[in-house]
Design a binder for this molecule. Sequence first.
Ligand SMILES: [Zn+2]
Ligand SMILES: [Zn+2]
Length: 132
Amino acid sequence: MQKYSGRCLCGAIKFKTNASPLWTALCHCETCRRACSAPVVAWVSFKEDTVTWTGNLNYYKSSEHGTRGFCGTCGTQMSFVSTRWKEQVHLYAASLDGSPDYKPSLHCYFGERLRWISINNDLPKFETSAPQ
Ligand SMILES: [Zn+2]
Ligand SMILES: [Zn+2]
């Protein structure tokens, strides 16, 4: 049984893993927001070699250290890898199938958040990157 699976909007790209998440976070950084056109992005990180992909991702180097994978057909953002988090792939919790037991554990880059969204939880809030 797959623990986690997900897909892009059109279904050309799919992923699955039986691994447990390494960490989870809600990111408010401007790069994530612009990449997804979303006010906040929910991340779930896995060891890269535990995730199996179907379909071919397109890639965009969004910073000096980070590369984002997306579907070339529908444009859905699918993955993030960085030299800062070696051997990890960060996936978008909102692309997961069904309602897995995903729980964000913190807010990162809270200093860059949009001021028109209200955050009503007691999760730790880090102005920039969270300590890993
Ligand atoms: Zn797609
Ligand atoms: Zn971010």
